[in-house]
Design a protein around this ligand. Structure first.
Ligand code: UDP
Ligand code: MG
Length: 140
């Protein structure tokens, strides 16, 4: 078993889809190991997405991610990173496969309901970004 980080984004939380998405992920075989609701500051959102800071969508992405509460969570499964990337679908919901979280719940390429780590190394860093050593006692 391995761990990955998901974030339910402000579009999903604001339109009360968090419970449905969580149920979908649990139904797909993920186990929740840590979870909280919080609002990101501009500095926090900018730092989380720093890899994209040269991209044209960066300012809009930071604006969106600070527009309302988000729900970061640690999910566990066999090959969790690849499994979650598969379960969420393509970045643009118009291109996402049927039955994926983004096809089912996302509004647009920017407002796309959920973030998922893209490698084990990034998952480790992203889990540490949101969850302290104390929180991670539950994660092991
Ligand atoms: N994004 C956007 N426009 C784009 C590409 C990305 O608004 O053309 C946003 C979108 O919210 C996406 C996030 O930036 O989820 C991070 O982009 P990435 O390419 O890492 O996509 P992801 O890994 O989330 O599928
Ligand atoms: Mg990404």
């Amino acid at each position: 078993m391995s761990l990955t980080l998901a974030i339910l984004k402000p579009d999903a939380v604001g339109s009360s889809k968090a419970g449905k998405i969580l149920a979908h992920l649990e139904g797909a075989g993920f186990r929740v190991r840590a979870l909280k609701l919080l609002s990101l500051s501009k500095e926090q959102a900018g730092a989380f997405y720093a890899v994209h800071r040269e991209r044209g969508f960066y300012a809009e992405l930071v604006e969106f991610m600070t527009s309302g509460p988000v729900i970061p969570m640690v999910l566990e499964a066999d090959d969790a990173v690849a499994k979650l990337r598969g379960a969420i679908g393509a970045t643009d919901p118009a291109e996402a496969a049927p039955g994926t979280v983004r096809k089912l719940f996302a509004e647009s390429k920017g407002r796309n309901a959920i973030h998922a780590s893209d490698s084990d190394e990034n998952a480790k860093g992203e889990i540490a970004f949101f969850f302290s050593e104390y929180d991670r006692i539950a994660v092991r």
